[in-house]
Design a protein around this ligand. Structure first.
Ligand code: BGC
Length: 747
């Protein structure tokens, strides 16, 4: 059944022979001290250069500075490096430009909800260009950790649960930051992080242990990183986390065997913040010197923030623990990136050569991204099932705007916003007022001071207001600080007294629209029948308010789809669509809810399936889910051949009809199931998707060009391989679709 057809080898041409030669020539002139200096990344002091930093640069002990965003300071740092050191080697200036620099785009999880490589690429391009105006030339993005646990705060920074969606969007981000020419104005180096497995932290607690069997690691967690390498990402960051007993930063198997030998990756590998030093805290090493040894021999080229390398490497070489040639390779990896960035030609930044910050084009792109990231989860009146959205401007005289997220330019920006400024944000309230037109009266009642507030003193006022309007819009959710690094939660309900507020307001007959601004999936089950519509807006960034208002008024139809499954209750986590079938998959027929379990029922009477007793086995909303103002119907799912020879191409076609009177974009999704494998296979895997416009009352024929290699997976020997046998596929609107088109792969 098995056929070693696909190969996982890939020859990267990250740098031209010319660049490699230039780096080698420079290396040949360097003293050992100068080489060791190239391994060191130092934290900035913030818009000034302390004497010790200036001296360290002059002595060639600094290769890179992290977190300096003052233009004059960066130019002076470069001047010191270029003009006052023996060899004039310029600096890498690193910064976490994660979802925008000044023009803030939706958090990456929100960007993933657009399912649009074009939007993601444009967002990264703008982020890169804006950060380049202050001298940044290296960002620590994209973050491509597969995230299947919404308790984990960094899910906000991720591209969601699925290796395929994440891989496609990752490549788009790399292209956006780097373009096709790293040395062109506004291009900056990107970094695939955190290699690898960080997203699987036990119980969703940041920095926690991860235990991931090699087969799962290769099939789920590594593919986006492999894709990043193929896309030419200029650097990788080793995760701080423990991977199967060996923290990634000291993990030779991961950084040498997989990254260098199997993938032939030739770029730079940087540690995470002090992650070399932390090898000692993990208990992998007994001293900083040991830590330096472990990280260097594993394949980490540059040390971020701590100083284990620079303090110990000379001794390690003198004691013959590390060969100088190993250090040479590390230095080469770093120098090549500096040459590729064009820093040796010009290390200085002249912002007038780049587009203006926050220009109209950038703001428009941020708005488009936010608009396409919003996911409509529910849209029917709790009284008569009719749709409540879009709001009919003509028939609406008064709107209540309620909630702490409605008019807070800071909280809508999300996590990892070092450089954005709330004063540029268009809040939800501002956006609504701007779009409503003069005849609509809008009244605002925040009720709470923050999303965590438990003070209920304004509940009555809010209810009265709700009673007196045509529609009440509640902007609730989570503040920025509740997601992101080291901001994990053990419950993921709407925090504070927000659920109580919704319950209170639901006494009113007025239609209630809930707009959720949050950095992760929240458990919304308790409030579903208390509101009419739910629009999930993530943390949408600078232009979120306009984007959301346009959707609420129907100037555009919501078109985002979930990049991650939404659990009903936290106890279902991890819950993801590409699960294994198990030997006892649950069915609707066998499922018995806890309240219906007969008292003293026989042990074996209850279906004996992989379920919880107290919640349905499905997620609240599946991966890929999202409603529209249009109504789409899928038909004629066909495959070009039902028997396909390994190594051949095939085409999957479908017709998507928009049966409504509104034009709208739809994200068409192709899923496949490999029925029998040498290792068990997921019940569904996303293998293709397309975002496309389907005009009102018309249909579009969609074709997915596929190849049998697209069905490769890491098999029982952990080799990338395509196995012959039976498959099913389906094309539809989300991952809950039924797969009912059979096909076969044959030799
Ligand atoms: C994070 C990285 C980040 C680095 C530099 C670390 O704490 O894990 O993702 O790039 O800091 O800011």
């Amino acid at each position: 059944m098995s056929n070693s057809h696909s190969s996982n080898s890939y020859t990267s041409n990250l740098y031209s022979p010319d660049i490699i030669n230039q780096a080698k020539q420079l290396l040949s002139k360097m003293t050992l001290d100068e080489k060791l200096g190239q391994l060191s990344q130092i934290s900035s002091a913030g818009a000034h250069i302390p004497h010790d930093l200036a001296d360290a640069i002059r002595q060639g002990r600094v290769s890179s500075v992290i977190n300096e965003v003052d233009l004059a300071t960066n130019n002076e740092l470069q001047r010191l490096a270029v003009e006052e050191t023996r060899l004039g080697i310029p600096l890498l200036i690193g910064r976490d430009v994660i979802h925008g620099f000044k023009t803030i785009f939706p958090i990456p999880l929100g960007q993933a909800a657009t399912w649009s490589p074009e939007i993601v690429e444009k967002g990264s391009r703008i982020a890169g260009e804006e950060s380049a105006t202050v001298g940044v030339n290296w960002t620590f993005a994209p973050m491509i950790d597969i995230a299947r646990d919404p308790r984990w705060g960094r899910i906000a920074e991720s591209l969601g649960e699925d290796p395929y969606l994440c891989s496609v969007l990752c490549a788009a981000m790399v292209k956006g930051f780097q373009t096709n020419d790293l040395s062109s104005p506004g291009s900056i180096a990107s970094c695939a992080k955190h290699f690898a497995g960080y997203g699987a932290s036990e119980s969703g607690r940041d920095y926690n242990t991860t235990n991931i069997p090699e087969n799962e690691l290769r099939n789920v967690y590594l593919p986006p990183f492999h894709q990043a390498a193929k896309a030419g990402v200029a650097s990788f960051m080793a995760s701080f986390s423990d991977l199967n007993g060996v923290p990634a930063t000291g993990n030779q198997w991961l950084l040498k065997q997989v990254l260098r030998d199997e993938w032939n990756y030739q770029g730079l590998v940087v540690s995470d913040w002090e992650s070399i030093k932390e090898l000692q805290v993990h208990g992998l090493s007994a001293s900083e010197k040991d830590s330096a040894y472990l990280a260097a021999t594993a394949g980490v080229d540059m040390e971020m923030a701590s100083s284990c390398y620079i303090d110990n490497m000379a001794a390690l070489i003198a004691e013959n623990q590390i060969e100088e040639t190993e250090v040479d390779q590390m230095v080469l990896n770093i120098l090549q990136m500096k040459f590729a960035l064009g820093l040796f030609e010009n290390a200085f930044t002249e912002p007038s050569a780049l587009p203006e910050l926050l220009n109209a084009k950038n703001l428009e792109a941020a708005k488009e991204a936010a608009q396409k990231s919003c996911v409509l989860l529910q849209n029917k009146s709790r009284h008569d099932d009719s749709p409540v959205l879009p709001i009919n401007r003509g028939a609406t005289n008064r709107i209540a705007v309620i909630g702490p997220m409605a008019h807070d330019g800071y909280e809508q920006l999300g996590t990892w916003v070092f450089d954005g400024d709330e004063k540029h944000s268009v809040t939800c309230l501002d956006g609504l007022i701007a779009l409503a037109g003069k005849s609509v009266e809008i009244e605002f009642e925040p009720v709470f001071s923050t999303s965590r507030d438990r003070n209920i003193q304004n509940f009555e006022k809010a209810l009265e207001l709700t009673n007196n309007v045509d529609v009440a819009i509640l902007y609730l959710g989570e503040e920025s600080i509740l997601s992101g690094e080291a901001h994990c939660r053990s419950t993921i309900d709407l925090p504070g007294a927000q659920v109580e507020l919704i319950e209170h307001l639901s006494q009113s007959n007025t239609p209630i629209v809930l707009v959720v601004l949050a950095g992760r999936p929240l458990t919304l089950q308790p409030i579903l029948d208390k509101v009419d519509s739910i629009l999930y807006a993530w943390h949408p960034g600078t232009m979120g308010g306009v984007a959301i208002a346009e959707l609420l008024f129907g100037d555009a139809s919501p078109s985002g789809k979930l990049p991650v499954s939404f659990p009903r209750v936290v106890g279902q986590i991890p819950i993801y669509y590409a699960q294994k079938n198990s030997g006892r998959p649950p069915t609707e027929e066998s499922f018995v809810f806890i309240d219906d379990v007969p008292v003293r029922a026989a042990q074996t009477s209850l279906g004996m399936a992989a379920t919880h007793l107290d919640t349905h086995f499905s997620p609240l909303y599946p991966f890929g889910y999202g409603l529209s103002y249009a109504e789409f119907e899928y038909s004629h799912v066909n495959i070009s051949q039902h028997e396909i020879k390994l190594g051949c191409a095939f085409v999957v076609t479908v017709t998507v009809e928009n049966k409504s009177d509104v034009d709208a974009e739809e994200i068409v999704q192709l899923y496949v199931r490999d029925l029998v494998g040498s290792v068990t296979r997921p019940v569904k895997e996303l293998k293709g998707f397309k975002r496309l416009l389907v005009k009102a009352n018309s249909s579009v024929d969609v074709a997915f060009e596929m190849h049998t290699d697209d069905l490769a997976f890491y098999d029982i020997r952990n080799q990338l391989n395509v196995e012959t046998g039976d498959f099913l596929l389906g094309v539809g609107a989300n991952s809950s679709l039924e797969l009912n088109v059979p096909f076969k792969l044959v030799n």
